[in-house]
Design a protein around this ligand. Structure first.
Ligand code: ST9
Ligand code: ZN
Ligand code: ZN
Length: 372
C-alpha cells in the first residue's frame, strides 16, 4: 500500500477528490478511500468500545424495563450534563478557543467536570481540536469528515493517527495551556483521577445515598451515561460536518444542525463556529434552550468568574453571510443563481491565533462583564 503512494495515478486521484470537494458535491458521493494511509487498528480501543456499547445497551434495557430507581436516572442525566459542560464551556470554548477568560475557581470547576467526561485530558483534547480547526477535513484533521461518518464519529479513536496529524499538529501553538497550572496538573494526574471521577464515584453515589443495586448503578450511572454523552459529543464531528445548513460559509464542510446543538449543549451551530471560532457562544442563532453552555458562561460572567467574553459584531456576521453563505440565513441576500466561486479563508483555531487578521480583531467584540 505504502509503495503505491506518490504514483501519478494516486496523485491524480487526490487532485480529483479535492476538485470534487471544492465543487460542492462533497457528500453526495461516498467518501473516497484514502489509499495513502495504512490502517493500524488499535484493538485495545476496539474492545473497550465493544464493551461500552454492549454494557450501555444493557443499561438502557434495565431503564426501559423499570428496574432502575428514578433517582439513579435523574442523577445519571445530571452527571452527563455537568460533565458535558466541562467539555463545551471548558475544554472547547475556554481552553481550545480562548473565547473568554476564567478566574481560577471556575477553571478548577470546569477541569473537574471535564475530567468526569473522560474525553482525554484537556491538553490532548485541545491539541486535537485546534488541529481540527486549522486543517479541517484534510489528512491532518484527527477526525477528518471526508473519511466518512463512521471514521469522524468513532472510528478515528480506534486507529493510529495519520502522519499529517503529528506533523502539522506540531505547528499548533499550545504554550498558553502549558502556562495554566490547572491544565498541567490535570494532565499529570489524569490516569488516577479520571477513573475515579468518571466511573467509580458516579457508580457509588446511587448505592450509598438511595440504596441502588451496585451493578445497576454501574451499568446506568457510569457506563450508559458515559456512552450516550460520547455519542452526543461525536455528533459534532460527524453529523455537523455532513447534514445541515451552511448559512455563513457554503465552502466548508461544517454545518449548522439544530438537533446536534440540542444534544451537545450548543455545539451544533458548527458552520458558524468554524467561521468565527472565537465567539464564546459558538453560535449566532438559537437561544439558551439550544445552547446551555452559553447560559453557564453568562451566569459565570454575571458573578465575575468569567470575563472578556469574545463575540462577533452583527455587521461582521451580515457581511460574511452575504459573501459566502448558502442563502439559508434569515438575513441572507445571496443571489443563489449567481455562481460566485469563493474559497474558505485562512482558518484560525480561535482568539490569539497568529493567523487572525487585524480586521477580524477590529470587528470582533469583547464583552467585559455581563451585568443584567
Ligand atoms: C473523545 C474525544 O471522545 C472527543 C473529542 C470530540 C471533539 C468534539 C468537538 C466539538 C465541540 C464539543 C462538543 C461537546 C459536547 C458534549 C455533550 C455531552 C453530553 N497534534 O494520540 P496518540 C503526537 S476521547 C500534535 O497516542 P496514536 C503527540 O506527540 C474518548 N501532535 O497517537 C503524541 O504524544 P503525546 C476516550 C499530536 O498513537 C503522539 O503523537 N478516549 C497530535 O496514533 C501520540 O499521540 C479514548 O478513546 C495532535 N493533534 O493513537 C482514547 N496527536 O500525547 C483514544 C498526537 O505524549 N485515544 N500527536 O504528546 C487513543 O487511544 C489514541 O489517541 C489513538 C491514536 C489510538 C486514537
Ligand atoms: Zn471548536
Ligand atoms: Zn468541526
Amino acid at each position: 500500500m505504502a509503495a503505491l503512494s506518490g504514483t501519478p495515478l494516486l496523485m491524480a486521484s487526490t487532485v480529483l477528490t479535492k476538485k470534487l470537494h471544492d465543487e460542492d458535491i462533497r457528500f453526495s458521493e461516498p467518501p473516497k478511500k484514502n489509499r495513502d494511509y495504512e490502517w493500524q487498528v488499535v484493538w485495545r480501543n476496539v474492545l473497550a468500545f465493544v464493551y461500552l456499547h454492549v454494557a450501555a445497551f444493557y443499561g438502557l434495557y434495565l431503564m426501559f424495563t423499570g428496574k432502575v430507581k428514578f433517582w439513579t436516572i435523574l442523577f445519571g442525566v445530571s452527571f452527563a450534563i455537568m460533565s458535558g459542560m466541562g467539555v463545551t464551556a471548558g475544554a472547547h470554548r475556554l481552553w481550545a478557543h480562548r473565547a473568554y477568560k476564567a478566574r481560577w475557581p471556575l477553571r478548577l470547576f470546569l477541569a473537574l467536570m471535564q475530567t468526569m467526561a473522560f474525553q482525554n485530558h484537556i491538553y490532548e483534547w485541545v491539541r486535537d481540536h485546534r488541529v481540527h480547526h486549522k486543517f479541517t477535513e484534510t489528512d491532518a484533521d484527527p477526525h477528518n469528515a471526508r473519511r466518512g461518518f463512521f471514521f469522524s464519529h468513532i472510528g478515528w479513536l480506534m486507529v493510529r493517527k495519520h502522519k499529517d496529524v503529528f506533523e502539522k499538529g506540531a505547528t499548533v501553538d499550545m504554550s498558553d495551556l502549558e502556562k495554566d497550572p490547572i491544565v498541567m496538573f490535570q494532565k499529570k494526574t489524569y490516569l488516577v483521577v479520571m477513573p475515579i471521577l468518571c466511573f467509580i464515584i458516579p457508580a457509588w453515589i446511587p448505592v450509598y445515598f438511595w440504596g441502588e443495586n451496585a451493578w445497576i448503578s454501574w451499568y446506568v450511572a457510569s457506563i450508559t451515561r458515559y456512552t450516550v454523552a460520547l455519542h452526543f459529543t461525536w455528533l459534532v464531528n460527524s453529523a455537523a460536518h455532513i447534514w445541515g445548513n451552511r448559512p455563513y460559509d457554503k465552502n466548508i464542510g461544517a454545518t449548522d444542525n439544530k438537533m446536534v446543538a440540542i444534544c451537545a449543549f450548543g455545539e451544533g451551530w458548527h458552520n458558524y463556529h468554524h467561521v468565527f471560532p472565537w465567539d464564546y457562544k459558538a453560535a449566532e442563532l438559537g437561544n439558551y434552550s439550544t445552547n446551555l453552555s452559553t447560559a453557564l458562561i453568562d451566569f459565570a460572567a454575571k458573578h465575575g468568574m468569567a470575563y472578556d467574553l469574545k463575540t462577533v459584531s452583527a455587521d461582521m456576521i451580515r457581511q460574511r453571510v452575504n459573501r459566502t453563505g448558502d442563502g439559508t440565513h434569515p438575513l441572507s441576500k445571496v443571489d443563489l443563481e449567481e455562481d460566485g466561486h469563493h474559497h474558505p479563508e485562512n482558518p484560525v483555531w480561535g482568539w490569539d491565533d497568529t493567523d487572525m487578521t487585524e480586521e477580524d480583531k477590529q470587528f470582533a467584540e469583547i464583552v467585559h462583564r455581563k451585568t443584567e
